[in-house]
Design a protein around this ligand. Structure first.
Ligand SMILES: CC(=O)Oc1ccc(/C=C/C(=O)NCCc2ccccc2)cc1OC(C)=O
Ligand SMILES: [Co+2]
Length: 171
């Protein structure tokens, strides 16, 4: 199945995603189809809503020390729940649905999540660093929240102006 990335300001990105209930081949095929979409656009994280499927599923492949993203680093996180969060960290985030924009966003430094894998098995994951940031960024997508929503009023205004200009140039 060919999946295309939905880009801001498309209203579909604002939908709240619903829990995955059935862990069948259809789900597996969809997760398999998400992977090249993320990897072909230099992504490190992608939520299902970004390919127009409002289900609580996200994939991550955090680059390792030499910047590689081997397939075995792929994380498929379904129905995530954050059970612990602490500390604070700031990172310049980007998003495949908001191309060419990067902004400093504050997130929790450490989180623990419960989630299910593609077969419905419940797992627990403790994360810090880039993985923690990425998980929080992607879980926001499941609530219809984008990283640009976290900008101050003035920074958001600046973003909207620049983004509108970029959209006009694209036409
Ligand atoms: C031109 C452009 O838009 O560049 C990009 C922007 C963002 C991205 C990917 C962003 C991404 O994977 N974000 C996942 C969430 C996340 C944000 C910050 C830290 C961890 C995880 C890739 C880009 O490269 C291309 C070719 O699109
Ligand atoms: Co994103």
């Amino acid at each position: 199945m060919k999946l295309n990335i939905v880009e801001y300001p498309d209203k579909r990105l604002r939908q709240k995603s619903t829990d995955v209930e059935v862990f069948d081949k259809k789900l597996h095929d969809f997760l398999d189809a998400m992977y090249p979409v993320m990897m072909d656009t230099n992504g490190i994280g992608l939520a299902a809503i970004q390919v127009a499927k409002p289900i609580r599923a996200l994939i991550l492949n955090i680059p390792d020390d030499d910047g590689e993203q081997p397939y075995e680093n792929l994380l498929e996180i379904i129905n995530p729940i954050i059970t612990h969060k602490s500390g604070e960290t700031v990172y310049q985030e980007g998003c495949l649905s908001v191309p060419k924009f990067y902004e400093d966003i504050s997130r929790y430094e450490n989180i623990v999540i419960n989630y299910q894998d593609r077969d419905g098995n419940t797992k627990t994951l403790e994360a810090d660093g880039l993985l923690s940031i990425a998980i929080q960024h992607e879980i926001d997508h499941l609530e219809g929240i984008l990283f640009i929503d976290k900008l101050s009023y003035s920074r958001r205004k600046k973003f909207e102006k620049e983004y509108k200009r970029m959209l006009k140039e694209k036409k």
